[in-house]
Design a protein around this ligand. Structure first.
Ligand code: FUL
Length: 465
């Protein structure tokens, strides 16, 4: 009897401590990751010798004299991004051709060797100042693959790349995101470089401990697995990256695209895509700028699927954002403003339809504040938003309070047609933000059913448009 009791006690104790451990180890974002996620939409700028040579991947042997953007105006880039509703700009400080947009002392292939401003210019200085002026975040892309540097392929190069990072992270104020590209086209007989990733990351964190490091495996945010700007219909911010690396050793694209419900680390997805067919400017793509509908589809598939949208707008040969791109960005902004102009659910009554959590305060769902939430005490439950009178609804925005993790595995939306509730949509994950669009319905009640969750979900906001 005594043995049985001891056995029972130890089994139940270990089950309890296991579930406690699970709760403790379920990944949650850092404060910087939450702030990063709230940026949602920001600009990528690909700019360098490729802009002038019509190449996507420069060889590194281009004459630096080709880089001569006579009308360069970073204030125009920043004001365009600001008017577009973007929250920051990430620039290709160094692409694969090795050309540095700042006068690096570690390279002889930089703006200093170009004709632009007689070699006295510094694109990073101008852009970081413009971002500051317009209240935008400033970020940098540095390609570790360098087709110009003579030391590439030797261990010496790691110190050089670390030195370049140090220059960039010490001379231009705050940097919110460091983009590490994994691409390498050296081929089987090309130069082989074993990158010292711990060293590179340590330089970034030394000067900017709150920076988000982007790569195939984060650790700040992860590549979404494609260059179309589409996150998975299911998209977990958790993923297990153990055993994977950057570039060829990166996680499979499906894993990057969808994350993993049981993933060990919080590494949310960032969706990068270009407004034109290529990453760099080319006059041949002036009439191929993506349409408002294409951009909207991308927005709903990135920001609307728990990812951030990094939209590339390549600067042209004059050193300006070209007119077709800026016009399109403004048209797209007006479209978004129109869709999201008035939240019909704001301060509307919320009734808990099915849940044991009746005592908990569901009004937090429509209070317009991300930092307050309705805490379900179980893994499923339903609530109804009462609009007071019939309204035309065609978009819903749902948010989980991700500071405590991502929990929802499946949910559905129904509308009241006057006699009964009819299903509008059934989806899987929510995360920081989920946006669903559907043909407009006239209704005075929307019912949200949380059908399944990893643990008790915390619903921060639901908005209707
Ligand atoms: C890729 C690069 O090879 C492309 O040129 C571009 O910079 C894109 C954003 O990342 O890996």
């Amino acid at each position: 009897m005594k043995t049985l009791f001891v056995l029972f006690f130890s089994v139940s104790f270990s089950v309890n401590s296991f579930s406690q451990l699970l709760r403790k180890t379920a990944p949650v974002p850092t404060g910087s990751q939450v702030k990063w996620q709230q940026l949602e939409y920001y600009m990528f700028i690909h700019f360098g010798p490729n802009t002038f040579t019509d190449k996507e991947w420069g060889h590194g042997d281009e004459d630096p004299a080709v880089f001569n953007p006579a009308q360069l105006d970073a204030m125009q880039w920043a004001s365009t991004a600001k008017k577009a509703g973007m929250k920051g700009i990430i620039i290709t400080a160094k692409h694969h051709d090795g050309f540095c947009l700042w006068p690096s002392k570690f390279s002889t292939h930089t703006v200093r060797e170009s004709k632009w401003k007689n070699g006295k210019g510094d694109v990073l200085k101008e852009l970081s100042a413009a971002c500051k002026k317009y209240g935008l975040k400033f970020g940098v892309y540095l390609s570790p693959w360098d087709r110009n540097h003579p030391a590439y392929g030797t261990s010496e190069y790691n110190k050089i790349f670390a030195g370049e990072l140090e220059e960039v992270h010490t001379n231009y104020g705050d940097i919110f995101e460091q983009w590490f590209d994994g691409a390498n086209g050296e081929g089987p007989n090309g130069k082989k470089q074993i990158y010292d990733w711990p060293l590179f990351r340590s330089v970034v964190y030394k000067y900017h401990p709150n920076a988000i490091i982007f790569s195939d495996i984060g650790p700040g945010c992860r590549w979404v697995g494609n260059e179309n700007g589409f996150a998975g219909l299911t998209n977990w911010s958790s993923i297990t990256t153990d055993g994977y690396g950057i570039g060829e050793k990166g996680p499979p694209s499906k894993l990057l695209n969808e994350g993993d419900e049981n993933g060990k680390y919080w590494i949310p997805a960032e969706c990068d895509v270009s407004i034109r067919p290529g990453w760099f400017y080319s006059p041949s793509t002036d009439n191929k700028v993506k349409s408002v509908d294409e951009l909207l589809n991308i927005y709903f598939s990135s920001v609307g699927r728990n990812g951030n949208l990094l939209l590339n707008v390549p600067v042209d040969r004059r050193g300006l954002i070209a007119t077709p791109d800026s016009i399109r960005l403004m048209e797209f902004r007006s479209k978004l403003n129109k869709i999201f102009s008035s939240n019909l659910a704001l301060h509307k009554k919320v009734i808990i339809a099915e849940s044991n959590s009746k005592k908990l305060s569901p009004q937090f769902i429509t209070d317009g504040k991300f930092n307050t939430y309705w805490n379900l005490s179980e893994t499923s439950g339903s609530f109804i938003i009462e609009l007071g009178k019939p309204q035309s609804v065609n978009h819903i925005v749902l948010q989980e309070y991700i500071l405590l993790g991502q929990k929802v595995k499946s949910f559905s939306i129904e509308y009241w047609d006057g006699k009964m509730f009819r299903e509008l949509a059934k989806q899987t994950t929510i995360g920081y933000k989920r946006i669903l669009s559907f043909p407009a319905v006239m209704t005075d009640k929307i019912r949200i059913n949380i059908l399944d969750a990893k643990a008790s979900p915390k619903i921060s906001e639901v908005q209707l448009f």
